[in-house]
Design a protein around this ligand. Structure first.
Ligand code: GCU
Length: 689
């Protein structure tokens, strides 16, 4: 059947087996909520809707006390329902505020019994309800359930980079679902659908405007937008999602009529406090501010000779009385670098700026740190700032939107990359100090922690431009809920929910997704050096696109070799920002992992990698193989004709054809460039131009 693209993974096909339909109808004969909150109502409605679509039966919504023998009770621990309290029972201590327990309780003879979805909070109960729905979408039996879940991260956030003119910075899926022509859209249906999708994978916070806050967006914190923000917050709140705004640090000047934005100026502090009070009067559970300051031409405290702690703490003081948070980004570097200057290293910047301030940030400030030291490249080392701070709240920032990973024209399933980041052992407090533990606050017992990511959606019918890119949004939510899930497991789940439970489909799509990151890496910039893209839009090969620019992103290729010397002895010293053993591992070309060699070292083309190949032969081989593998993805997909709905099938097929052609372009540009630079022929004599 033709499907509504906006369903994504909340796709509720009729259950094929009559027996299973019957089982689901019995198990969910009625739906009761114990307690009365908006979020619990949402949970009940979601379950009812899912049941209606999957079984044709629409369970009645009843009060918990009126529930006959069988049905589902959704409730909150301590909310006055004994069955719910009993269901959580001994598990109460094991789960956090947003965790849940699902239990099937057997009824008396002949009855199918009850299912209890017990949350520690109503958000937990909603997540539990979506879990139950997921089981039915995957045609799982509902007997004997005893599921205990709790999120690993407190803050599970999405950052929209949407502008009020309707454009999206680094958006590859149409226009904004929030704004058009300088204002909010009238019809917020799509926002509600988005909230459903996010909440179904456990997202609990969202900032709704670009971190680069332009003129109109600066006014979002004024009463001019209050009414609409209240509406948006209501929609999000019903799905357990808190609203945040990105702010312009220079707002006191831009819209406040003040002559300064100096964070230590009492008038400036007073102005922010007033803004915060107004916002909280309208939206009592407003989340707080996301701030990009002194970064890529955005204003910040440096203008006034103040540091980032001064800037963040000033905003924190304004928000603290209302329980709000300041999320302060660490993407701070010199973007006016002279390419002739080899001593400045952009990779060092975040660490150099922020480690001296450790311990100086207010309790309600969280630093948001990109996963790598540069900028969301297909391959980078993990940011050494993770491990460099102990007395500061931190969240990890990931990029779901595929700015440097194929712009949703190429398939690139990013969950494996994110898992590598989360599993990276910084050794900051000895072995086992993983990024996952630092980000969630566990490593140093911080009050706040979590993960944020830049969204990949727009108003495209399928949300993400490339239907397979939906797996990244889904996977992001699932992975940050539980970083020990596998990338394969998450992908399989997504395929079953979004496309089909047919094992042939699952096999083929899983193969495509799981190989996609490696394939993309193989035909783009080699061995961790990054960039080699066209300036501004960042799509397509351009080896020297950023070589003589001010952005600090160089590969230093000449006729002898390539790579950036970031060693301690002869380079920029960046390797010293890591704890041992990484410091030594990265510092030596002998022990540096191949995939990061050119990030840390400048080596001759004839340098022999740990793999046994020379650098130049590695470049040729990976580019020939990568382009071939990209072409094979299309063939694999075409084998699914008839097994996947028409619309998705055709759209993915056309994207994969574009990827095949574009991968060839990458191959030829990169290979030709290095063949000409090095004067070394391909060992296999393949065609290079
Ligand atoms: C990248 C991206 C910008 C974005 C910036 C950021 O540099 O290209 O568009 O504004 O990151 O994270 O702030």
């Amino acid at each position: 059947r033709a499907r509504i693209g906006s369903e994504a993974w909340l796709r509720y096909e009729t259950v094929e087996s009559e027996a299973l339909r019957e089982e689901y109808r019995n198990a969910c004969a009625a739906v009761a909520i114990a307690g009365e909150t908006k979020v619990l109502r949402t949970a009940a409605t979601e379950l009812k809707e899912a049941m209606r679509a999957m079984t044709g039966y629409s369970p009645e919504l009843v009060a918990a006390r009126d529930l006959e023998a069988s049905g589902v009770i959704i409730g909150v621990l301590g909310g006055g329902d004994a069955a719910i309290d009993g269901a959580i029972g001994g598990e109460a201590d094991a789960i956090g505020d947003e965790g849940y327990v699902i239990r099937s309780m057997r009824g008396s003879a002949g009855e199918s019994g009850r299912i209890l979805i017990a949350g520690k909070s109503d958000r937990g109960a909603l997540y539990g309800t979506f879990h139950l729905i997921r089981l039915m979408q995957q045609r799982e039996p509902l007997g004997g359930l005893h599921i205990v879940e709790t999120p690993a991260n407190g803050l599970r956030m999405i950052n929209q980079w949407d502008n009020m003119d309707g454009s999206i910075e680094r958006g590859y899926a149409g226009k904004s679902i929030f704004y058009r022509d300088g204002r909010f859209v009238e019809d917020l249906t799509r926002v509600r659908e988005y909230a459903r999708l996010l909440s179904s994978v456990g997202i609990n916070a969202i900032s709704i405007n670009n971190v680069n806050v332009h003129r109109e967006e600066t006014k979002l914190i004024t009463t001019a937008y209050e009414e609409t923000l209240v509406k948006v917050a209501d929609i999000l709140r019903a799905y357990g999602i808190g609203l945040f705004l990105s702010i312009n640090f220079a707002s006191p000047i831009a819209i406040g009529g003040l002559s300064t934005a100096d964070p230590l100026d009492p008038a400036v502090r007073g102005w922010w406090a007033e803004r915060a009070s107004d916002l909280y009067r309208a939206i009592p559970d407003f989340g707080g501010f996301l701030v990009k300051a002194d970064s890529e031409f955005r204003p910040g405290p440096f203008t006034y000779g103040r540091n980032h702690a001064d800037g963040a703490n000033m905003l924190a003081e304004a928000l603290a009385p209302h329980g709000g948070l300041v999320i302060w980004r660490c993407f701070v570097y010199n973007c006016l670098q002279d390419w002739r200057d080899r001593s400045t290293d952009r990779a060092r910047a975040a660490y150099d700026h922020f480690t001296p301030l450790d311990g100086q940030f207010a309790d309600n400030v969280i630093l948001q740190i990109k996963n790598g030291p540069m900028d969301f490249q297909v391959r980078e080392p993990v940011s050494p700032l993770f491990g460099g701070l102990r007395e500061t709240n931190q969240v990890l920032e990931l990029q779901i939107t595929q700015e440097y990973t194929g712009q949703q024209k190429h398939v690139c399933y990013l969950v494996p990359q994110w898992k590598e980041v989360l599993d990276f052992d910084t050794h900051a407090a000895g072995e086992g100090t993983t990024v996952a533990k630092i980000a969630n606050g566990g490593a140093w017992n911080r009050p706040y922690g979590g993960i944020a990511a830049v969204s990949n959606i727009g108003d495209d019918a399928c949300w993400t431009g490339h239907p397979l890119a939906q797996a990244n949004l889904y996977g992001y939510g699932r992975l940050i809920w539980n970083p020990s899930l596998t990338a394969e497991g998450i992908a399989s789940e997504w395929i079953r929910l979004s496309h089909s439970c047919d094992p042939a489909v699952e096999d083929a799509v899983l193969g495509i997704l799981m190989n996609s990151w490696g394939i993309y890496e193989s035909y783009t910039a080699p061995l961790g050096v990054g960039w080699m893209v066209s300036p501004n839009h960042h799509y397509g090969p351009n080896v020297d696109g950023y070589e003589y620019s001010k952005w600090g992103t160089y590969h230093f290729a000449d006729c002898r070799g390539i790579g950036v010397d970031r060693t301690i002895g002869t380079g920029t010293g960046y390797a010293a920002q890591y704890h041992s053993p990484w410091r030594e591992t990265y510092d030596s070309p002998e022990s540096c992992p191949d995939e990061l060699l050119l990030f840390f070292h400048h080596v001759p083309y004839t340098h022999v990698l740990r793999s046994g190949k020379t650098v130049i032969q590695h470049i040729y081989d990976t580019h020939f193989e990568g382009a071939e593998a990209a072409a094979a993805l299309l063939d694999e997909w075409l084998s699914l004709r008839g097994k996947i709905n028409e619309e998705d099938f055709e759209l993915v097929a056309s994207r994969l054809a574009e990827q095949r052609d574009h991968a060839k372009e990458w191959r030829d540009v990169i290979n030709t460039y290095f063949c000409r630079k090095s004067g070394i022929a391909d060992g296999q004599g393949r065609l290079i131009y």
